[in-house]
Design a protein around this ligand. Structure first.
Ligand code: SF4
Ligand code: SF4
Ligand code: SF4
Length: 280
């Protein structure tokens, strides 16, 4: 059964209220919500070569309509995200239907919009002063000493234009209040960006949460190798807790602070409450 027929069946069998896929608009494939009352639109449903975090749309829809049943196209990275969002109780697995697309490696991508398949090339200056997109995460710590690593990351962080693209595209950045906009941590509305605090806040929040989809790195207009950064922090979590985000629906080691943090992620409030509760 082709994709359109499969989605049609999900509507006919009353399994979903909306299907998240892609539709061409002015020559670009953009995320689109297909609904039962406009079934004729399904003719335009396509699988995009590019990737977008459809789960982020699902999370927003669920926030507004907790019982909505959502269908979506899901690649491997989408499935890892969904697992993580179930763990963090941002989505209810009973309300999600996926049509799975195997794409790693993908016949869908003659050129690559996916950082998994074709990491960006690194220029000569970046190679000597910054960080190679293709740096091996397993040997990175051994390849450079502390001073060299610090100076290379600072070179990368200082390029940041504080566009928030990395956070906005990230399917697992779902906090109601984001620390990156908390005035006591990151000065609002100013440039240059506070370095390295801006990037270290996000890096620590991605520990045990990043599912390594690479969308943030793809979105970053300043070519900062964010994926490597988050892989490094996640390696620490994996070593200590033997936990790989998104590989299953096991509880994250960072959900142990309390149900409140899991259900209503407001990092600053949760932290203060946690400090009070546990006398930290
Ligand atoms: S790779 Fe980037 S966008 Fe993807 S989950 Fe990790 S931090 Fe978020
Ligand atoms: S507080 Fe951290 S985890 Fe939450 S949205 Fe902001 S960057 Fe993402
Ligand atoms: S996407 Fe890149 S430039 Fe924009 S805030 Fe994130 S790190 Fe900075």
């Amino acid at each position: 059964m082709n994709l359109i027929d499969q989605v049609e069946q999900l509507f006919i069998q009353d399994k979903i209220d909306i299907f998240l896929g892609y539709k061409a608009l002015d020559g670009h494939l953009l995320p689109h919500g297909f609904t039962r009352d406009r079934m004729e639109e399904l003719k335009a449903l396509q699988v995009s070569e590019g990737r977008y975090s459809l789960e982020k749309i699902a999370t927003h829809l669920t926030e507004k309509h907790p019982d909505i049943r959502i269908g979506m196209i899901a690649r491997e990275c989408n499935l890892r995200t969904l697992n993580l969002l179930y763990t963090w109780k941002q989505l209810n697995p009973e309300n999600i239907e996926t049509i799975n697309i195997s794409c790693c490696p993908s016949p869908l991508k003659p050129h690559s919009d996916c950082s998994y398949l074709e990491p960006k090339q690194t220029g000569a200056y970046k190679k000597t002063h910054g960080i190679d997109f293709n740096a091996d995460p397993d040997t990175f710590l051994d390849d450079f000493n502390n001073k060299n690593r610090f100076s290379r990351w600072m070179y990368e962080f200082n390029k940041c234009i504080k566009c928030y693209g990395c956070r906005n595209i990230c399917p697992v950045c779902f906090c109601d209040e984001c620390s990156l906009e908390h005035a006591s941590l990151v000065e609002p509305g100013t440039l240059p960006v506070d370095v390295p605090i801006f990037h270290l806040i996000r890096a620590t929040h991605m520990a045990g949460r990043c599912i390594d989809c690479g969308l943030c790195e793809d979105a970053c207009p300043m070519d900062i190798p964010l994926r490597l950064l988050y892989r490094q922090v996640n390696a620490i979590v994996s070593d200590i807790f033997d936990y790989r985000p998104g590989n299953g629906t096991d509880q994250s080691p960072f959900t142990i602070i309390g149900e409140k943090t899991v259900l209503e992620p407001k990092p600053m409030d949760a932290q203060l409450e946690g400090e009070k509760e546990y006398g930290l």
